[in-house]
Design a protein around this ligand. Structure first.
Ligand code: RNT
Ligand code: ZN
Length: 424
């Protein structure tokens, strides 16, 4: 298979595409300028199957599951950073890192309720060197005190307090990253709390959770350094019948407390989509965090592909002019394929979908809709799918000095040979 293209072919194809888009009133240069300014937050946990770097032997809990045993999982901070560096180097643009609290960079073994910024200094240094922002997540799973399935909504006050302290510590770490890196961290709380079978009391755990969140967010933190988000979920493995932090719960909480809401694409009913929620939620909450993911039959966290829903998510952000209030992050973990390739494929797809959305003649499309000419709207939307956006994407990759098309797989294979295959 030889996908080799020369720069001249790419530039020529782009010039033709630029003319085609100009003819429908779309400025490709402007679309690319916007695209260059949008960071995607890459989730660190794709690199090591969500295991983290605390005590060895702690399995993945909280009803999360990574399946597959492809060789080359990152086992140390150094390995994970090296893998991330490769991923970033084959993705056009400058992107963020979404870090979890169970990935400290330290020889100490701080308890989760005692983690401090200094345990994450290495990440801040690395991010600074590379000009990246960092987002952060408390880890309320894969821990002995999360084993009975309840954390912030636990009836056991000691357990609840432990996790409250953990979240408070995480906000400080988020704030530290924000200060160090000059860009606010979105610190996102997700908890696994829920029940496998029909609860006798759905109310009390939700009351407890609300109270725990009030304690966690009591201290005001400069939004230039840290902003808080909360992530809802419909069900999980072992919490099929009841999840304390449901959509209504967190939407209400975020709206009431002026906080960011995190929408994960896999956290709703199988035919329910987050693309339709963006415009509604943003009327009531200040900001959204997205966990772009792909559920296959359930919340399976498959690598993000160029699906209709991925395109719809990006279209909604662009059509509604919401780019400044939506923080795009990824959340998938596939252990059955090369993990660095998984990052690259999912992130490149997300950016490509964003580009496709930026290449729409938004104003004329909306004008046509306002005039109730739904026939033309449908015809236009279908024609747009076959416009030469791939030529614009290739040109973008060329300009950003990253591999064009399948060429990124050559780098992946080389890295696999030199580095990943040597790990056991
Ligand atoms: C779990 C949530 C959560 C996690 C990460 C690891 O269902 O999606 O975002 O995937 O915190
Ligand atoms: Zn998520």
């Amino acid at each position: 298979m030889n996908f080799a293209t020369t720069s001249k072919q790419i530039e020529d194809a782009y010039a033709l595409a630029q003319e085609r888009y100009a003819a429908i009133g779309v400025d490709t240069e402007q679309a690319l300028a916007t695209l260059r300014g949008v960071p995607i937050s890459l989730h660190c946990w794709q690199g090591d199957d969500v295991l983290g770097f605390e005590e060895p032997g702690r399995g993945l809990g909280g009803g999360l599951m990574a399946t597959g045993n492809y060789p080359g999982r990152a086992r140390t901070v150094a390995e994970l950073r090296s893998d991330l560096d490769i991923a970033y180097s084959i993705i056009p643009g400058n992107h963020r890192l979404n870090l979890h609290a169970m990935y400290p960079d330290t020889d100490e073994s701080p308890a989760r309720n005692e983690i401090e910024p200094r345990h994450f200094q290495g990440w801040a240094d690395w991010a600074k060197e590379n000009g990246r922002g960092i987002d952060f997540n408390p880890t309320l799973f894969s821990h002995p005190l999360a084993e009975d399935g309840f954390t912030l909504a636990s009836y056991d006050n000691d357990i609840r307090q432990f996790w409250i302290q953990h979240c408070i510590a995480c906000r400080e770490i988020g704030s530290f990253f924000g200060k160090e890196l000059g860009t606010p961290a979105m610190t996102n709380i997700w908890i696994p709390d829920g029940l496998k079978d029909t609860p006798g009391d759905r109310t009390t755990p939700r009351r407890l959770l609300k109270d725990a969140l009030d304690q966690i967010f009591e201290k005001e933190i400069d939004p230039n350094h840290n902003r808080d988000a909360i992530e809802c979920k419909l069900f999980g493995l072992g919490s099929e019948s009841y999840v304390v932090g449901s959509h209504e719960f967190y939407l209400g909480y975020a709206a009431q407390n002026n906080q960011a809401l995190c929408l994960d694409a896999g956290h709703f009913h199988p035919t329910e989509v987050i693309s339709d929620k963006i415009s509604a939620c943003l009327l009531f909450v200040s900001e959204l965090v997205l966990h772009v993911s792909r559920g296959v039959r359930w919340d399976s966290d498959h690598v993000v592909t160029f699906s209709d829903e991925l395109q719809a998510i990006m279209q909604e952000i662009v059509r509604g002019d919401h780019l400044d209030r939506v923080h795009i992050g990824l959340d998938f973990f596939d252990a059955s394929i090369n993990r660095v390739a998984a990052w690259a494929i999912g992130t490149r797809n997300s950016l490509r979908a964003l580009l496709l959305a930026l290449l729409e003649p938004r104003e004329s499309m909306q004008e046509i809709e306002r005039s109730a000419d739904f026939t033309t709207r449908l015809a236009l939307m279908e024609e747009l799918k076959a416009m030469p956006h791939a030529a614009v994407w290739d040109y973008h990759c060329l300009q950003q000095d990253v591999p064009v098309g399948m060429a990124f797989m050559q780098e992946i294979r080389q890295y696999e040979k030199d580095v990943l295959s040597l790990r056991d």
